[in-house]
Write a protein that binds this ligand. Structure first.
Ligand code: KG4
Ligand code: ZN
Length: 353
């Protein structure tokens, strides 16, 4: 399976093999970040992103094929992320995939980017559903019960900012480089989390929802009180922010363990974290501890497969194709594409979900 990812600010192409037993193997995976183009603007500029995808995608596909050491005659199908994401980039990836499918006479699979993050542990750990999933990226923060391919129950979501977005905004207001997650994590490691104690959003709430907008504001207020900020101040603010995030996320995941167990009729056996923010070492440790305290196995993809990549798109495409879920050549892109379309809207101040 050739996979293509162009939903946000990374252009990626990969080739993944799936054997008859349903086990996957990455033959090649190439990711090109666009951050150098977006950095002067302090965030992702959709038009720049779409143009950058269009400029380098063919080259990346050629490189992924070369690294896999195979020709197009060995490609059985092609998948592309068709949403959610920025519409210009999605169109570039999906039109490219359609063209390859048409020219080669092979199936097309339009993949939901969130499903690709959700199924990555099937590729890396051979883990089969059901499992409880925390999906944390730049645009999404959700707790999902993964029943199987194409079958998800949303247990919780953010009522305002996504977790990755909160890291990025915190970095921006403290003058740290984008993408903010890695910068804040690095600064937090050198800081003292007890100096600025931030509010722990949503602690103890009945529903397994998240909120990070207030926390971001708390960081801003503390930063203004202590301006001008020394490097030490910035480190301590990042450490305080991260400690509050971890406490809130652990509490919300604990609630999801209970909701999932009720739904499954038995305790959660496997707990997974995926998406770009899952690269955060402190988050991984906190969630590993939580899983252990719940008697559950913990799974997280290797760091290079937490952020956006095309191996996860190819794998999700292969999983769908194996179940007869190929897409027609007139498949549409979906800038908004929830995994659980039946989930009620979350109620809150700045609701985006
Ligand atoms: O999944 P992803 O690569 O793209 C989306 O689908 O959004 O996630 C990107 C997000 C960004 O907000 C980035 O700052 C965050 O993941 N991130 C991190 C870390 N590495 C990336 N957040 C916290 N700690 C990290 N080490
Ligand atoms: Zn992503």
């Amino acid at each position: 399976m050739l996979g293509i990812e162009t939903s946000c600010d990374e252009t990626a192409a990969a080739v993944v093999a799936r054997d008859s037993a349903g086990r996957g193997r990455i033959l090649s995976s190439i990711v090109r970040s666009q951050w150098d183009s977006h950095r002067p603007f302090g965030g992702v500029v959709p038009e720049i992103a779409a143009r950058a995808h269009a400029e380098c995608l063919d080259e990346l596909i050629r490189d992924a094929m070369a690294e896999a050491g195979i020709g197009f005659e060995r490609i059985d199908a092609v998948s592309a992320a068709a949403g959610p994401g920025l519409i210009g980039g999605l169109i570039v990836g999906v039109v490219t995939a359609k063209t390859i499918a048409l020219v080669r006479g092979i199936p097309l699979v339009a993949v939901n980017h969130l499903e690709a993050h959700a199924l990555t542990v099937g590729l890396t750990d051979g883990l089969d559903p059901p499992y409880l999933l925390l999906l944390v990226s730049g645009g999404h923060t959700q707790l999902l019960l993964v029943h199987g391919v194409d079958h998800y129950t949303r247990l919780g979501t953010t009522i305002d900012d996504a977790l990755g977005e909160a890291f990025d905004k915190t970095a921006k207001l403290l003058g740290l480089p984008q993408p903010g997650g890695p910068s804040v994590e690095k600064a937090a490691k050198q800081g003292d989390a007890s100096r600025f104690v931030m509010p722990r959003p949503m602690l103890g709430r009945e529903e397994a929802h998240f909120s990070f907008a207030g926390l971001k504001t708390a960081v801003r207020q503390r930063a203004l009180q202590h301006a001008p900020l020394s490097d030490n101040d910035v480190n301590d603010l990042c450490a305080g922010f991260e400690a509050a995030v971890l406490a809130s996320v652990a509490d919300r995941c604990g609630r999801a363990f209970d909701l999932a167990a009720e739904m499954l009729g038995e305790p959660v056996a496997d707990f997974v974290v995926a998406g770009g923010v899952a690269a955060n070492q402190a988050l991984r440790q906190t969630l590993r501890d939580l899983a252990e305290s719940r008697g559950s196995r913990f799974h997280v993809p290797p760091v290079e497969l937490c952020g956006d990549n095309a191996a996860m798109i190819a794998w999700a495409g292969a999983e769908r194709l194996a179940r007869g879920l190929a897409s027609p050549l007139d498949a549409k892109v979906h800038p908004r594409w929830p995994l659980d379309a039946t989930a009620p809207r979350a109620i809150g101040a700045g609701v985006k979900a």
